[in-house]
Design a protein around this ligand. Structure first.
Ligand code: GUN
Length: 292
């Protein structure tokens, strides 16, 4: 079994991006990070994004509206960022609290600034294999991580567990694309799938994106498979200062010995998401400077 280190691969990408940014003339790329409310996981993710941006030389603008912000006020805030020529990328941290309509907010972001890739147009561009769009960061990070770990998906059976707009659906579309590194045969499983373990056991590459701690157990995995664990779940742990530890959607200790390669949690897919966000922000900056 080989551990795929997202920490290492993301560090390599970040070093490449830092080089790229240092060679730019004019204003550096700028990413607006919008976090509504104080959800502890969102606080920590946005902090990580801010820190990585600083490391690369990407400017970040942190906007922290209160949980009481209305849909209209949040849309007006997005409109302002859309219109601001100094902002290249806009990210609204998910999940949004309360009654806020997340999909409407994702669609409000100008597609050319949608570095998260959640806008209808960018999701559609993945389906059409149009490279001018933005692929969402976690799916793009998974593809990059597989490519850099010499896992060629061509002709392989990729089984995705989870059908979310943020991970499951877009990663399935990326793996399906007719291009180098992709060309997989793809199955998506979800909560209504009959005999889910029978399908996951067919996977050459299993992508677990369910959001349930330790959902995938060893009886669900084919020996020699590559397993990508997208889950980040907080498990109560009294022995930790924080009171919890992070675990994936895969029951790592049982599954890992069976696999050819597997990603850990933490230090697997998570850092890749942040690296791809930076890559998308630099792309948005490049496209906006080309279009004037
Ligand atoms: N919440 C979980 N993953 C993501 C992500 O990639 N982007 C945003 N904006 N929110 C998230």
């Amino acid at each position: 079994m080989e551990l795929i280190s997202g920490n290492q691969i993301a560090a390599d990408i970040i070093a490449e991006l830092k080089q790229e940014v240092s060679a730019l003339s004019g204003r550096p790329p700028c990413l607006a990070l919008v976090r509504v409310g104080d959800d502890p996981a969102s606080v920590s993710y946005v902090k990580k994004k801010e820190k990585t941006a600083a490391e690369i030389g990407v400017t970040s603008r942190i906007i922290l509206p209160p949980e009481s912000i209305s849909q209209g006020e949040l849309e007006a805030l997005i409109d302002e960022l859309n219109a601001d020529p100094d902002v290249d990328g806009i990210l609204v941290q998910s999940p949004l609290p309360g009654e806020l309509d997340e999909l409407a907010i994702f669609r409000r972001v100008l597609p050319t600034k949608d570095v998260d890739g959640f806008h209808t147009l960018n999701l559609g561009k993945i389906a059409q294999e149009d490279e001018t769009g933005f692929a969402s960061c976690t799916p793009a990070g998974i593809m990059e991580m597989l490519a850099r770990s010499d896992v060629d998906l061509r002709g392989k059976h990729v089984v995705v567990v989870g059908r979310s707009l943020i991970v499951g659906k877009p990663v399935a579309l990326l793996a399906l694309q007719k291009k180098a590194g992709a060309n997989a045969t793809v199955t998506i499983c979800h909560s209504a799938t009959a005999d889910l373990p029978a399908l996951t056991r067919q996977a050459d590459v299993l992508i677990a994106a369910i959001g349930r701690a330790h959902f995938v157990t060893k009886d669900m995995v084919k020996p020699g498979a590559v397993v990508i664990d997208v889950g980040i779940n907080r498990m109560p742990d009294a022995s930790r200062k924080s009171g919890y530890r992070l675990v994936g959607d895969v029951e790592f200790d049982g599954v890992a010995p069976l696999t050819a390669k597997i990603t850990p949690v933490p230090g697997g897919v998570g850092p890749m998401t942040v690296a791809m966000l930076m890559k998308n922000t630099i792309k948005a900056h490049r496209l906006s400077s080309l279009s004037g």
